[in-house]
Design a protein. Structure first.
Length: 489
């Protein structure tokens, strides 16, 4: 084996780092894929699972069901984090993968409202709760499992492969949906084709489960457990003792909150802005974002490796500063590249559901505001470049953040401690961005108002991080066991 970590006191002292990364990252990618296809198909699936006759209500109810998956993520972080610190990392993320994978498969089998009445939306809601809980536990398990296998001086590089998985999951979900839509008529996709992206994920889930079942426990956790050094009350130790709780709060407001909004702005909000505000064709917008994601993904590992040399903090703070300074110029450039001169929006609120709809407006030759038409000839290469730049910001902060979180907390409560700030930062601060962005644009008519929220949060993270966040690059987590892994190639 080329890359190994030594685990003293075990019969087999060798672990393949790349096998560990594959087992962790493939499963995590599948979980993100599962999570994203649900949101991506909102417009089609809303009317399927809610009462007919009011498509707006169905759409909003479906999005609310999607939001539940975000809101329960911190609870999943606490529940599975506790299991991971009590029983083991491997056991926790085997359970999370199983729950997420089989829940997604079941969505592909669910009857519609027309067939099963209220049973359909109730089951859908329960499945989304399970998915959110599972995702809340998955990331921490995968990141910690990799981080506790690798050498201290290459943790940023190796854990950055876990960071690719969320973006890769979004990319794969877009590709699968586009390919499925291209293989059949629009009517067939709406009738039954939407089930295919949900159903085929079970193949990848079973492969990933097989790989994970063959893996052993994290060597650092195994060593702590054999020495009787694990925590018997990880929740209490993590959140009732001020030194660790302070570290949790600093990690949230000085790192993961900014990371959450930068992540969602660069990928989800960019897609929403293209499709809803600039009226770029939905398929074209998906292709633009997919190409930008594909081009940017290698930079997660570049930045991760860079953080091993120059530190985690500088790179993460640079991303926050760039977001605050450049988001509005970038989105103004996107407006010009779309080519249909959208200058403002008119909003309307449904009296029954409260749903907000936007009508992008442009000016006619007389200067009067009129509804904008679909962008006839958007500058696709320029739009790809502008989204790519935003995803580079994601790489700057997301690439090193797993290594930072792993190094910031002691092993006996690491899974619990890092999972909570990560999922509040992403599930709450990041997850609320589309709703806050839409509401801000609707309330002001300013097509750039949706950027104020991520800019403010990134600004707060920049200030808190610069003052309170400690550089962790020099932390040697293997010292807790009194051992060290062999140097990797």
């Amino acid at each position: 084996m080329g890359n190994v970590a030594v685990v003293p006191g075990t019969a087999n002292p060798e672990y393949s780092i790349w096998r560990v990364i594959m087992a962790s990252s493939v499963g995590t990618m599948i979980e993100w894929y599962d999570f994203y296809i649900f949101g991506s198909l909102a417009a089609i699936l809303g009317p399927k699972f809610y009462p007919p006759g009011n498509d707006t209500f169905a759409y909003i109810a479906y999005l609310a069901t999607f939001a539940v998956g975000f809101l329960v993520r911190p609870f999943g972080a606490l529940f599975f984090g506790r299991i991971g610190d009590l029983i083991g990392r491997k056991y926790a993320f085997l359970v999370t993968l199983s729950i997420m994978g089989f829940s997604t498969f079941v969505i592909g089998l669910l009857p519609s409202f027309k067939t099963a009445g209220w049973f359909a939306p109730i089951m859908l809601l329960l499945i989304r709760v399970l998915q959110g809980l599972a995702l809340g536990g998955e990331y921490g398990g995968a990141a910690v499992y990799v981080g506790e296998h690798v050498p201290d001086n290459k943790r940023g590089f190796y854990t950055s492969f876990i960071q690719i998985t969320a973006t890769l999951g979004l990319f794969v979900s877009l590709i699968v949906i586009l390919a499925t839509q291209a293989s059949m008529s629009k009517e067939d996709f709406a009738n039954y084709g939407w089930r295919i992206p949900f159903l085929i994920s079970i193949i990848l889930v079973l492969i990933s489960l097989y790989i994970r079942l063959k893996m052993k426990e994290s060597p650092i956790f195994a060593q702590l457990k054999s020495a009787g050094m694990t925590s018997t009350q990880p929740l209490r130790d993590a959140f009732t003792k001020w030194p660790n709780l302070k570290n949790v709060l600093i990690s949230l407001f000085g790192a993961t909150a900014g990371q959450g909004v930068i992540w969602y702005t660069g990928q989800f909000y960019a897609l929403f802005y293209l499709q809803t505000i600039l009226k770029v064709n939905v398929k074209t917008a998906n292709i633009i974002v997919a190409i930008a994601l594909l081009c940017a993904m290698p930079f997660f590992t570049v930045v991760g490796a860079l953080s091993d040399r120059m530190g985690r903090k500088k790179l993460m703070m640079a991303a926050c500063l760039l977001a605050v300074v450049t988001y509005i110029p970038i989105y103004k450039a996107m407006q010009r590249a779309a080519g249909n001169n959208v200058v403002t929006v008119k909003s309307a609120r449904n009296k029954v559901t409260g749903a907000i709809s936007l009508t992008p407006l442009t000016t006619d030759p007389t200067g009067a505001l009129v509804p904008a038409k679909e962008a006839p000839a958007p500058n696709v290469p320029m739009l790809v470049l502008l989204v790519f730049v935003q995803v580079l910001y994601v790489c700057l902060i997301y690439g090193p953040i797993a290594a930072y979180l792993i190094e910031a907390f002691p092993a006996k409560i690491r899974y619990t401690s890092l999972s909570l700030p990560y999922h509040i930062g992403n599930g709450v601060f990041g997850g609320l961005l589309p709703l806050i962005g839409l509401s801000s644009v609707a309330a002001t008519g300013n097509i750039y108002a949706g950027l104020y929220y991520p800019m403010i949060v990134a600004g707060v993270t920049l200030i808190v991080g610069m003052i309170f966040l400690k550089e962790t690059q020099g932390n040697r987590i293997w010292s807790e066991t009194g051992t060290a892994p062999a140097a990797a190639d």
